[in-house]
Design a binder for this molecule. Structure first.
Ligand code: B12
Ligand code: SF4
Length: 504
């Protein structure tokens, strides 16, 4: 049977600079293909346009269209499903991924979808496709909510896949992986496992842990051997330069991590990057040394806020600033790069608290950082809080995620203050970039800033003035030169003309 996946990633290319690979679709496609089905992909990079979208779907002639969506991208799914249901009612429409898993009730409001998938999709989608092919009833498939004439049938969840090694390697071809790799400088995304045991209030993991309670271990790892076999297969087929592990917390299982490092170092030379938490490397010199020796080039760490109260009480992340500093020192001692993830516009946050986040980052001087305006995702503690406190501005479209705007009305932070702090983060990012690339220019900037009493706005004003003067000067010089240049050209043309006449 032919299945067409639709992956909306609107605004993603502008934000990340390239198309990205997604394991959720990759794994399901691999399972379908292994069972002899055909799977293809429509990667939506821009807001879809009806006729073009329908033409692309028709060209694939699918029996099933399978949408995947995070919360931000869901409006595109709703729109495309509506067009499809109207124009091609014979095609079965299903949506899965983070948003349908977190907010199935919201997704079930779509009048166009025939089914939605809560949780892991490999086995439910395979079962759906096989049943459709055999003309069997599909309404009782575990993990699926299926539309029936009398309403939705909400089937229970099946147990989590306990042995991830049983899955085939995620399918790369469906994403045109050669092109993705070329656009991402040879960085290959990998997943070593699934699930995170922490309970951060802004993250969907605690909600998912509850949803899956009693259905098997939530945090699972692939065997080291299985990951190395995939790495080998990838390296044989593609020009791999860096492995990019996207697991939420790579070093959760210390014994597993040490075993991975040892085995990896013996077979591969590619550098790799991981995500982890301060607590999972803190004061653990043996672990950090092992990571460094295995080729771990860098670590991404969530600071989220520089204010300890905010971090501990609101975000439910226990580490102190001192522990963060110690973790940084340890990572640096072993030559690992560090990248921080930060949020701003949190409930209860004041401009001063954001300044603390900026100051902590400036002090730690990560090799790079990421920052985003807090967005409340369904099925998280902070989502419930902002709804309870009436902070949500109302149903807003989510296209503009990558922007300095908030969907919240915060009594402690005005939109203008948030926008100003967002700009400060942009400047901090540029500053860290300058520090890495041009240490001398960075030092000069620091001296200039100190002379202006640390007032960044003034420094920016001075820089703009100097740049403006420079531009003005060039323009002035051009103004002086242009008439002379014109006279010179006229004389040359005249002489050229005389020369031609005399030649005749
Ligand atoms: C890799 C990753 C990315 C990649 C790839 C994008 C993507 N779609 O995941 C990139 C870097 C592009 C990215 C960007 C963003 N991400 Co991101 N990302 C992740 C991460 C770390 C891993 C995703 C993954 O590959 N998981 C492994 C696969 C196997 O699991 P899975 O995604 O759950 O897929 C299974 C099921 O959901 C289901 N399924 C999925 N699709 C479908 C489709 C059908 C038809 C069916 C039946 C089933 C099904 O089956 C899959 C296999 O079992 C997750 C966190 C996490 N651990 O999941 C965050 C996560 C998905 N990202 C998140 C966010 C917020 C973002 C960004 C908005 C912001 C940012 N951080 O830059 C952007 C938005 C991009 C977008 N296009 O929507 C949030 C989403 C929250 C939400 N409610 O939507 C998450 C959950 C992080 C978190 N804990 O909060 N992200
Ligand atoms: S550590 Fe990261 S992935 Fe785990 S619960 Fe917290 S935010 Fe979510």
């Amino acid at each position: 049977m032919r299945v067409l996946f639709v992956y909306p990633d609107i605004g993603g290319v502008e934000h990340y600079g390239a198309r990205k690979y997604y394991h959720g679709i990759g794994y399901i496609a691999a399972v379908l293909k292994r069972a002899g089905h055909t799977a293809s992909l429509l990667y939506l990079m821009q807001e879809p346009e009806r006729e073009a979208f329908l033409a692309q779907v028709r060209a694939q002639a699918p029996a099933v269209v399978a949408f995947s969506a995070t919360t931000h991208q869901y409006p595109a799914v709703e729109q495309c499903a509506a067009w499809l249901k109207e124009a091609m009612p014979e095609v079965f429409l299903i949506a899965g991924g983070t948003h349908p898993t977190l907010a199935p009730e919201m997704v079930a409001r779509s009048p166009a979808l025939d089914a939605l998938c809560v949780g892991e999709g490999e086995l439910p989608l395979l079962e759906l496709v096989e049943r459709l092919e055999q003309g069997k009833d599909v309404s009782g498939i575990e993990n699926l909510w299926v539309r029936r004439p009398d309403g939705w049938r909400r089937n229970p969840l099946r147990p989590l896949i306990q042995s991830l090694d049983e899955l085939p390697f995620a399918d790369r071809e469906i994403f045109d992986f050669d092109a993705i790799l070329a656009a991402n400088a040879g960085w290959v995304d990998m997943m070593a496992g699934r699930g995170c045991p922490y309970r951060c209030s802004y993250c969907c993991n605690p909600g998912l842990q509850e949803r899956y309670r009693g259905l098997g271990r939530y945090v699972r790892y692939r065997s080291v051997e299985n990951i190395l076999a995939e790495t080998e297969a990838l390296a044989e087929r593609y020009p791999v330069r860096v492995l990019n592990f996207q697991d939420d917390t790579f070093t959760l299982d210390r014994k597993w991590t040490l075993a991975f490092c040892e085995a990896y170092a013996a077979r591969f030379r590619f550098p790799f990057w991981i995500n982890t938490r301060v607590e999972r490397i803190l004061d653990d010199e043996e672990l950090v040394r092992a990571l460094a020796r295995a080729g771990c080039a860098g670590v991404r760490i969530g600071l989220e806020s520089g204010n300890e109260h905010m971090r501990r009480e609101v975000l439910k992340r226990g580490m102190t600033n001192e522990e963060i500093r110690r973790a940084f020192r340890l990572l640096r001692r072993y030559g690992l790069k560090v990248y921080t993830c930060n949020m701003l516009g949190l409930p209860g946050e004041t401009p001063e608290m954001i300044e603390e986040t900026i100051a902590l980052n400036r002090e730690l001087a990560p090799d790079d950082l990421q920052f985003s305006v807090f967005y409340p995702y369904p099925m998280t503690e902070l989502y419930d809080r902002v709804v309870r406190e009436g902070l949500l501005k109302g149903e807003r479209t989510l296209w503009g995620y990558y922007s300095p705007e908030s969907v919240l009305e915060l009594p402690t932070l005005t939109p203008a203050q948030l926008a100003e702090k967002y700009r400060r983060f942009e400047r901090l990012k540029a500053e860290l970039h300058l520090r890495r690339r041009h240490p001398w220019r960075y030092r000069l900037r620091r001296v200039a800033l100190a002379m202006l009493g640390g007032d960044e706005e003034r420094l920016q004003g001075v820089l703009d003035f100097v740049r403006g003067r420079k531009r003005g000067k060039i323009r002035g010089q051009l103004k002086g030169i242009l008439p002379k240049l014109w006279t010179f050209l006229c004389i040359m043309i005249h002489i050229g003309g005389m020369w031609e006449i005399s030649a005749i």
